[in-house]
Every structure is written in C-alpha cells, then in structure tokens.
Write a protein that binds this ligand. Sequence first.
Ligand code: O7M
Length: 219
Amino acid sequence: MKSIRRNTQLILALDVTDSNTAIKISKETAQYVDAIKIGYPLVLGAGLGIINKIYEIAPVIADFKVADIPNTDRLICSQTFEAGASAVIVHGFTGRDSVSECVRTAKDFNGDIFVVTEMSHPGAVEFMQPNALELASLAVECKATGVVAPATRPERVKQIRDIVGDLTIISPGVGAQGGSAADAIKVGADYVIVGRGIYNSKNPGIEAEKIVKEIEKCR
Ligand code: O7M
C-alpha cells in the first residue's frame, strides 16, 4: 500500500459525486498533492471501487468519520483498507475502545488512522470544542497516526499540536471555509486539506499549485 509522504503538504478533498470528474481532477492535481481525501459524497456517487481507481493516482484517505461500537468500526475499517485506502478518518467521541479497535485494524493493513478533534465549521464550538483537547490526548493514547484540527481556528491547531507532539495534524477549512493554508502550517499543521477551493475552480491544477507555493513560503 502507498503510504502518505510529506512533500507538498497539500491534501485534496475530492467531494465530487461522479467517477469521471473525480478521476479527471485527481490527474490534474496529482503532482501537487500528497494524498486525496474522499468521503461519502464520492463513494455514494461512484461506489467503493473508486478508492482503487484514485489509489492508482495518489494515496487515498477515506473520510468515513467512523463512529460506532468497536466491532462495527473494525468491519468498516477493514473493508475500507481492503478497498485500497491508505488511511481512514474516525471520530474519537466514541471512546478509547472504539478508537483502539480502528488503530488495531489499521495495523493489519499497514494503514493509518486519523482522529477528528474539533471540526472547522461554526457548530463545532457547541459540543466538540469543549472536548477537543481530550480527543487529541485520546488519539495519542490510542497510538493513532494523527488528528484532524481546524484551519479556521489556527490558535486551536497550535493548542492541539502542543498535546499531540509528533503525531501528524491534517487541517481542513482552508479557502471556502475562510481559513488560510499558510496560517495553519505556521501553527503546526503537517498538511492542509482543500476541497472546493480546488475542485470548483476552472483549473484545479493551477489552484493546487498556488496553495503549494503559499505553503513553501512558510518553510
Ligand atoms: O475545502 P472544503 O471546505 O470544500 O472541504 C473541506 C473538506 O474537509 C470536506 O471534505 C470536509 O468534509 C472536511 N472536513 C472539514 O471541512 N472540517 C472538519 O473539521 C473535518 C473535515 C474532515 O476532513 O474530517 C475528517
């Protein structure tokens, strides 16, 4: 399985719903991205087989935000890794038994698990923000590969970095949600995740390249 290598520090969120568009955009942006994140919009539209098709172009992070009892989590994660994903995104609020089961399953496939902490949208301040730092600690305890933290609130990325140490931070909310790639990287994100800012633009390749250049300037 292809592992995710840190090179451009950009992850494309490919939230389109048909296979041909997904493959076209993946090819146009491949040289600028370290991974492509796909989730329910594309998998429900194009079928689980899309993971393998995208995997031929770039490592795939399956954003299924898994949040169930350990046995169901195991079944979801193993099917997803078998389908070709290099990583699966899971929720942490289900507790350490659920998250540990996802991490154990990932190990069988040499895959990665990322745990959601505080989400990037405004509503995340209601229930997620008060628990985000504990969710970050849980990710460390359960030996996840990394966490998801909000580029829309760089100060929170910084606090989460202090807790997770050398775990990987992937950070969505850049562009369409108002966050900046440079700000997120400067406070400690390893990668930024960008969706609409790239796939809705006339030239996704050029847009991805612009973000990569912005990130390069922060190094
Ligand atoms: O750049 P956008 O706003 O079009 O897309 C952002 C992507 O990141 C989209 O796929 C969201 O589902 C996802 N995301 C967030 O926007 N905020 C979060 O807090 C978490 C995620 C995510 O990837 O969760 C794992």
